[in-house]
Design a protein around this ligand. Structure first.
Ligand code: LLP
Length: 441
C-alpha cells in the first residue's frame, strides 16, 4: 500500500494512511467517502489521535514528575463527544466561559476536575460554576477576587482558587498569542507588586481557599527555556509570599502553550522535552527556595487536538494570473479557519486523492469570503488541480472551528469523529434556518 511521506506522517492523524485507490484515509475512512457522505467543508477528528495525545502527555509528564495533572484547555476545541474522551482518559479540563462550562456539563465532565480560567468572569458564570461544584477557579483580577468571595459567601461555600500571576517572560511567539509579559491584560504582575497584593487580598477573603499559583506564557511556544525561566521566577515569588503572608503553594500550574507541527519542516520539541524542562525547573526551584514540591498541572489545548483534526474543502474556481499567481478557491476559508488571516499561520495542504502526483504547480489556496486576506495557504506546491477536487489541511483540530464565524452568512461546517472505519457526526452542519433563528424581522 502506498504511504504518506514521513513529514506528513508526523502532522496527519496517527491513523492516517493512503488506500489502494490513492485516497488519504483517516481512522479507516477515506476522505473522499466522508466528503460525499457529509459534504464540505468538513472537519474530521480522529479519536485514536486524541487518545494517543492524552496518553503521551500523561506518561510524558508523570514519568518526569509523578504528581502531574494534564488539564485539557477546552478553548482549543469544545465538543461534548471530545470532552467525554478527555474524561475517559483521566484528564482534567479548563473552561473560560459559562458557554464552555455548559459543554463540560453536557459531557458529564466531573466537576472536581474542572478549572475556571479567563480574565473577566461574570457573576452569573461564577455562580453557575459554584453550583456545578467546580474544582478550581483561577482568579485574574482584584475585581474577580472580590466578586467570587461575595458569590461564594452567598452560597455558603469556601472555594479553592489559584491566582494567575504574570512573570514578565516573553516566549517568542506571535504578539497576539503572548500573555505572560508585563504589558498584558492577563494575570497579576509580579514585577509591579500587584501579585503580592493579590495574594494578600485572596488569603484574607473568608470564602476563598488559595491553593496555588498559575501562569501562562502564550502559545504556541517552540522554545523550552521560557518555561524554566518563568517557573524559577514564580517559585521565588511563592517563597517570598510564604514568608510574608503565609501562602502555601500546594498546587502549581505553569500553563500550556505546547507547540505542534503545522508544516512538516517545522516540528516542535517532543512532549518529553517539555515535561523534563518543566519538572526539572519545578524540582530545582523548590529545592532552591525551600518549598515542598507541589501538585503540578499543565494545560495543553492545541497539542491534544490539533493533529487529530483535518479540514476538507472542495475546489471551485481556479484563476491563473500569468506571471503573478494561481488562485485556487475552496468552499471554506476564514469563516471556518481564521488563523492564517489573523496570525499568518501556515498550514500544509494536500490533495485528498493521490496527494503526491506529478505534475505540480505553485498555487495559493483561498477561501470564499469577501476579503483579500481570506486564505488557507500561500504559494504551496500541489498537483495540478481541477474544480471538484478535494483538498485537505492536516493539523486543523485546534482553534479553527472554535474561532469560526458566520461571516458572509455562511453556515459553519459539519464535524465527524472517525475510528476503525466508522464515522459519527459530532456536530451537524449549520443550516439557513440556524442563521435566521436569532434574527428578528
Ligand atoms: N492555559 C491558558 C490559561 C490559556 O490561555 C491557553 C490558551 C491555554 C492554556 C492553552 O494553550 P495551548 O496549549 O492550546 O497553546 N487562538 C490562538 C491560541 C490562543 C490561545 C489562548 N490561550 C491560536 O489559534 O493559535
Amino acid at each position: 500500500m502506498p504511504q504518506l511521506t514521513n513529514n506528513d506522517q508526523e502532522i496527519f492523524p496517527v491513523s492516517a494512511s493512503l488506500n489502494d485507490a490513492g485516497d488519504i484515509t483517516i481512522g479507516g475512512c477515506s476522505i473522499a467517502q466522508l466528503a460525499s457522505e457529509f459534504g464540505t467543508p468538513l472537519y474530521i477528528y480522529d479519536e485514536d489521535t486524541v487518545r494517543h495525545m492524552c496518553r503521551q502527555f500523561t506518561s510524558g509528564f508523570t514519568d518526569a514528575y509523578e504528581r502531574t495533572h494534564i488539564e485539557y484547555s477546552t478553548k482549543a476545541f469544545a465538543n461534548p463527544a471530545l470532552a467525554k474522551i478527555i474524561a475517559e482518559e483521566g484528564l482534567h479540563m479548563d473552561v473560560v466561559t459559562g458557554g464552555e462550562l455548559i459543554f463540560a456539563k453536557a459531557a458529564g465532565f466531573p466537576a472536581e476536575r474542572l478549572n475556571f480560567h479567563g480574565n473577566n468572569k461574570g457573576r452569573e458564570e461564577l455562580s453557575e460554576a459554584l453550583d456545578y461544584g467546580i474544582g478550581r477557579i483561577t482568579l485574574d483580577s482584584f475585581y474577580e477576587i472580590g466578586l467570587l468571595n461575595e458569590v461564594a459567601r452567598e452560597k455558603g461555600i469556601r472555594q479553592k482558587v489559584l491566582l494567575r500571576v504574570s512573570p514578565s517572560v516573553d516566549p517568542h511567539t506571535h504578539l497576539l498569542t503572548t500573555t505572560g509579559v508585563l504589558d498584558s491584560k492577563f494575570g497579576f504582575s509580579i514585577e509591579t507588586g500587584a501579585a503580592a497584593e493579590a495574594v494578600q487580598q485572596a488569603l484574607s477573603a473568608d470564602n476563598l481557599e488559595v491553593v496555588g499559583l498559575h501562569f501562562h506564557l502564550g502559545s504556541p511556544i517552540f522554545e523550552l527555556e521560557p518555561y524554566s525561566q518563568a517557573i524559577d521566577y514564580v517559585l521565588k515569588f511563592a517563597a517570598e509570599m510564604r514568608d510574608v503572608h503565609g501562602l502555601q503553594l500546594t498546587e502549581f500550574n505553569p500553563g500550556g502553550g505546547f507547540a505542534v507541527g503545522y508544516v512538516g519542516e517545522e516540528l516542535p520539541p517532543p512532549i518529553t522535552a517539555y515535561a523534563n524542562e518543566i519538572s526539572v525547573a519545578v524540582r530545582s526551584g523548590c529545592d532552591r527556595y525551600g518549598l515542598e514540591e507541589p501538585q503540578l498541572t499543565v494545560e495543553p489545548g492545541r497539542a491534544i487536538v490539533a493533529r487529530a483534526g483535518v479540514a476538507v474543502y472542495q475546489v471551485g474556481g481556479i484563476k491563473r494570473i500569468p506571471n503573478v499567481r494561481v488562485y485556487v478557491s475552496v468552499d471554506g476559508g476564514m469563516g471556518d479557519n481564521i488563523r492564517p488571516a489573523l496570525y499568518s499561520s501556515e498550514y500544509t495542504v494536500r490533495r485528498a486523492h493521490e496527494p503526491y502526483a506529478e505534475p505540480t504547480e505553485k498555487v495559493t489556496v483561498v477561501g470564499k469570503y469577501c476579503e483579500s486576506g481570506d486564505y488557507i495557504a500561500k504559494d504551496v506546491e500541489l498537483p495540478v488541480l481541477d474544480s471538484g477536487d478535494l483538498l485537505c489541511t492536516p493539523t486543523s483540530g485546534a482553534y479553527s472551528v472554535p474561532m469560526a464565524s458566520n461571516y458572509n452568512m455562511t453556515t459553519r461546517p459539519a464535524i465527524v469523529m472517525v475510528k476503525d472505519g466508522d464515522a459519527r457526526l459530532i456536530r451537524r452542519r449549520e443550516t439557513y434556518e440556524d442563521l435566521l433563528a436569532t434574527s428578528l424581522v
